[in-house]
Design a protein around this ligand. Structure first.
Ligand code: AMP
Length: 434
């Protein structure tokens, strides 16, 4: 089905083809006609589904169609949770505009703003206004406070990765932004899930929305074009095994997830010592460094990026052949986001999870939530040492003088609790990016 069948004008369909989009993806097939018709939309679509183009293409068409009175007040605002996603959405939109067969008579001005960098260049960039603003909520409010932009003429608002916006604690900022916007506007919400807080937000901001559920509503169902592997290994041998896999499997680019910033640094360092081009990626690095690492990964200057969950959402590195859970994710939802970094838009990918004795129970929980199990493998030379719970246990009841010590051997429940604690304590790296 061509893009024009969805109501897109031929120049936009040509631009979509030129940037490499094939047939419209399922979320595009449903969202594009509805957005063109002016409807509000609530879509559950994971990153990788083509959701960004699903809202950018029709909104761009409306922008190209609209008449201008010469002023440049923001008419389209895209709110995103992270700097990386802001930059990525900005790049995608810029790419589509540049791919138009003919540039609009009045050039479109696209502004991207996020926290963590100086506000002054962003304010300078907004002189003379902007047609499209893509921003993280905190920085957007800063810009409004500096009188750098006006939102009174807004016609379309997009909340991209709305679940993540709420997860990162942006609810208050969102409300303050909503209070600044005209009531008559088109609003589009994209979220990985239809969790209750998303439904509540949708109830407040959307008007009779078209609901689109592309990913099954249970967001934990894994994505079919990704092969999942679970390798049993001792925790202390994971780095060696990782280095071996990268070489043996000939992964040209791999994203490795660890639980802490510290682990990201250490593992990347050890991989470098093992002769691999590896870089850490986490929230303490400067914005410049983070952008550099991603650009290097995209350009294959770096082969392995060792990241905290900061990188799990939003980042689109096309054709990432492999993702490795060096440390397991905290939840099944995070697992889906992590493994969604591979196998993007029709590519096949592999997601490998390292399962240690300590994390086995937690991995079983993730499998249960995602609705299927992953067979355990062992790699020759990296077989785990015999497990403690099959090692001989001294029965204290039989040792004179000690008495029976109830519960000496951890119960299944204890192990599950320990695994949950382990993962909850695994220092989150989610930052409030603005
Ligand atoms: P997103 O879900 O927006 O993160 O998009 C994921 C990837 O899919 C991006 O690399 C897009 O370039 C790509 N993409 C979007 N739409 C299409 C399409 N219709 N055909 C092929 N690739 C697409």
């Amino acid at each position: 089905m061509p893009f024009t069948a969805l109501g897109l004008i031929p120049p936009l369909a040509q631009a979509a083809a030129k940037v490499g989009y094939g047939e419209p993806t399922p979320v595009q097939r449903e969202a594009v006609p509805a957005i063109l018709a002016g409807r509000d939309v609530l879509a559950s679509a994971r990153t990788g589904s083509g959701k960004t183009a699903a809202y950018l293409l029709p909104l761009l068409q409306k922008l190209l169609d609209s008449r201008h009175d010469g002023r440049r007040d923001v008419s389209m605002l895209v709110l995103v949770p992270t700097r990386e996603l802001a930059a990525q959405v900005g790049d995608t939109l810029q790419g589509l505009v540049q791919a138009l067969p003919q540039q609009p008579a009045r050039p479109l001005k696209i502004a991207v703003a996020f926290g963590g960098v100086s506000i002054n260049p962003q304010m300078m960039g907004l002189r003379g206004g902007a047609d499209v603003m893509i921003a993280t909520p905190g920085r957007l409010l800063d810009l409004v406070a500096h009188n750098a932009l006006h939102l009174g003429s807004l016609s379309a608002l997009v909340l991209d990765e709305a679940d993540r916006l709420l997860d990162l604690g942006f609810a208050d900022e969102l409300q303050r932004i909503l209070d600044l916007l005209p009531a008559r506007r088109q609003t589009l919400m994209f979220s990985a899930t239809f969790a209750p807080e998303i439904e509540t937000l949708a109830g407040r901001v959307l008007n009779d929305p078209l609901r689109i559920a592309i990913a099954p509503e249970s967001e934990t169902t894994a994505v079919p074009d990704i092969a999942q592997r679970a390798i049993e290994v001792d925790a202390s041998r994971r780095t060696q095994l990782l280095a071996r896999l990268v070489k043996d499997e000939k992964w040209t680019r791999v994203l490795v997830f660890v639980a802490t910033k510290f682990a990201a640094e250490i593992v990347a360092d050890k991989l470098r010592k093992a002769g691999l081009e590896a870089e850490p990626f986490h929230g303490v690095l400067s914005q410049g460094k983070r952008s550099q690492v991603l650009a290097d990964l995209k350009a294959s200057r770096v082969q392995v990026v060792v990241a905290t969950d900061l990188a799990a959402r939003g980042i689109d590195v096309v054709q990432l052949p492999a993702v490795v859970n060096y440390d397991l994710p905290r939840s099944a939802t995070d697992h889906v986001h992590r493994i969604g970094r591979t196998g993007r838009a029709g590519e096949t990918g592999v997601a490998v999870s390292f399962v240690t004795e300590e994390s086995e129970a937690h991995f079983r929980l993730i499998e249960k939530r995602q609705g299927f199990s992953v067979p355990r493998e062992r790699i020759a030379g990296f077989e785990p040492a015999p497990r403690a719970d099959v090692a001989p246990v001294i029965d204290h009841a039989e040792v004179p003088g000690t008495g029976g010590v109830k519960g000496k051997r951890p119960s299944k429940k204890d192990k599950l609790r320990a695994a949950a604690l382990l993962s909850a304590g695994a220092a989150a790296d989610d930052e409030k990016p603005s």
